[in-house]
Design a protein around this ligand. Structure first.
Ligand SMILES: Nc1nc2c(ncn2[C@@H]2O[C@H](COP(=O)(O)OP(=O)(O)O)[C@@H](O)[C@H]2O)c(=O)[nH]1
Ligand SMILES: [Mg+2]
Length: 215
């Protein structure tokens, strides 16, 4: 069969996605065997992923030995180290998502006592969805500042979310963006995902998020 170049691209992409899924399953087993609970956060740059992870860490750090793997195209390590947890910064240099193979060597370097690992994916709502890493949760974060169409314009990403977080609730009075409508959008795309409303600034919803993640 003669394939035109578009079909070839689609075919290569399918292979990549399938290979990634197999490696994600391997990562899942690896986490399980090492007794590490792994939780991925994804969402646009600035939606509040790091801030939410920091807020969760503040509340559960006495219960777990925590590590954070933080993916960015470029940037400095996050200020999460101040919380006394192990942090690994991955700068992809251009790749718009992490994938299962890429993170594995970093995961293998986690301190032996680690039993909870947050992985923050590269900031955007498009590329990471097709590349699971093998984590038990995929937490998709949007900020109220992302506008009213942010969920319905990214259905593919919300379909793979196990938890959807609508953050920056403290800014509601300044914005023409009704969080209830965002919750409805999310429920209609993915009725199975838990939806949590938060403010990483005031701490609103963080306890609920911790409960939903069973931490
Ligand atoms: N007002 C407000 N600001 C927030 C909230 N969450 C994060 N921010 C701010 O938004 C900016 C980006 O947050 P960050 O956690 O780094 O986003 P990330 O790129 O998704 O990791 C920072 O200046 C945070 O202080 C929130 O709930 N409310
Ligand atoms: Mg961040």
């Amino acid at each position: 069969m003669k394939m035109d170049s578009w079909e070839k691209i689609v075919s290569v992409e399918k292979d990549l996605i399938q290979a990634n899924e197999e490696l994600a399953d391997e990562n899942k087993n690896y986490f399980k065997n090492r007794g590490i609970r792994a939780i991925e956060f994804l969402g646009n740059i600035g939606s509040g992923k790091t801030s939410l992870i920091a807020k969760i860490i503040e509340k559960v750090k006495d219960k777990y030995n925590i590590a954070v793997i933080n993916g960015d195209i470029a940037g400095d390590p996050t200020d999460i180290e101040r919380l006394g947890v192990s942090t690994i910064q991955i700068n992809t240099g251009g790749e718009c998502h992490l994938d299962a193979k890429y993170i594995r060597p970093f995961v293998e370097k986690l301190p032996s006592e680690t039993n909870l690992c947050f992985i923050e994916n590269v900031g955007n709502l498009i590329c990471p969805f097709e590349f699971p890493l093998g984590c038990e949760h995929r937490v998709v974060v949007v900020g109220l500042t992302d506008g009213p169409f942010i969920i319905r314009k990214h259905p593919v990403t919300f379909r793979i979310a196990t938890v959807a977080v609508i953050n920056k609730l403290d800014l509601q009075e300044f914005l023409d963006n009704d969080p209830k409508k965002l919750v409805e959008d999310c429920k209609s795309i993915n009725p199975k995902a838990a939806v949590v409303l938060t403010s990483a600034k005031t701490g609103k919803g963080i306890e609920e998020l911790i409960k939903v993640l069973n931490l």
